[in-house]
Design a binder for this molecule. Structure first.
Ligand SMILES: O=C(O)CCC(=O)C(=O)O
Ligand SMILES: [Fe+2]
Length: 300
């Protein structure tokens, strides 16, 4: 006698649509590795417009201003930074809430409110020999390095979008990451002062090329690709050995209640041009002054 029972296939609830599935894969990998590469995040036309702006404004000396954009460097060897680059015109404004990343950035930083701000936005040009040292890691108890995920609800203190404006391959000084290191409790050996097991672990070692350190991985990008990463991941770059310059643009996003790095006040022209969505990111909470008062900082 036949004893097998026919099992009627249950409605297909366990088979997510491929779109849901892809989104889950992306979330899983970002949580696991602390970074993702967004292929073709910028259009070639956007890359061309940004590069045209740089061609028209060759790197100057730290402290020089181009309108509301300030020329700056961190250690010299990291190259020239055009800080506050959102003041550079339309293409830089388009990147504030670029559809290639803004939804994920909002959700990862604050699933609850989606309220994000830009902590720092700059364009970096780096010559042969230039590099950035090893820094960050899960051992640092700081808000930009916070990465929490309560089933379905994310809280990430800072997400960097590093946009390649030139192809970045071997010898071009690629950014380097240690996958998963945002969850590391142990301090990377290169961030621990020699003989100092108990001392305060460093967050930066500016003197050593990150790519040459334990477990670093070079991330190769084509112009227009973007690297999305939590600032908590242990990262840095390789030294550029090829002639020419590496160009990247970096927008750092944080929860809206976190102060900006340099507190560049948006120009009236920029505020006048911003769409409501962009304005909410650049000026999440408008200044509040008694009637008639004009804001003057002590620094100016
Ligand atoms: O210059 C690089 O490749 C690394 C940049 C970096 O450290 C950062 O964006 O936080
Ligand atoms: Fe960094």
């Amino acid at each position: 006698m036949k004893t097998t029972t026919a099992v009627t296939a249950a409605p297909d609830t366990f088979q997510p649509s491929s779109r849901d599935h892809d989104a889950r894969v992306r979330d899983y990998l970002f949580d696991l590795n602390g970074y993702r590469v967004l292929k073709g995040a910028l259009s070639s036309e956007q890359v061309a417009r940004i590069n045209r702006w740089v061609d028209e404004h060759p790197p100057g000396k730290p402290g020089e201003w181009i309108g509301d954009i300030e020329t700056q460097t961190y250690q010299g060897h990291d190259g020239v930074n055009y800080q506050n680059i959102i003041e550079g015109g339309d293409v830089f404004e388009e990147c504030i809430d670029h559809p290639s990343w803004i939804d994920d950035v909002r959700r990862y930083i604050c699933t609850d409110s989606h309220a994000v701000s830009i902590n720092e936005a700059f364009l970096n040009v780096r010559a042969k020999g230039g590099f950035i040292g090893i820094h960050s890691g899960g051992h640092i108890p700081g808000f930009p390095h916070l990465v929490r995920h309560h089933t379905g609800a994310w809280m990430v203190g800072q997400i960097n979008i590093l946009m390649a404006l030139t192809d970045i391959g071997p010898g071009d000084g690629p950014t380097t990451v240690i996958p998963g290191s945002h969850k590391s409790h142990e301090v990377h050996p290169a961030l621990r002062a020699e003989g100092d097991r108990a001392g305060k672990p460093q967050s930066h070692n500016d003197d050593v090329v990150a790519a040459e350190q334990l477990n670093m991985m070079e991330v190769y990008l084509k112009a227009g690709d973007a690297l999305m990463f939590t600032d908590a991941i242990c990262h840095g770059s390789a030294a550029r050995t090829n002639p020419g310059h590496r160009r990247v643009m970096i927008y750092r996003y944080s929860p809206h209640m976190m102060m900006t790095r340099f507190n560049y006040l948006p120009s009236e022209e920029l505020l006048g041009r911003l769409t409501p969505s962009r304005r909410k990111i650049i000026e999440p909470v408008a200044p509040r002054l008694r009637p008639g008062r004009v804001y003057r900082s002590k620094a100016t």
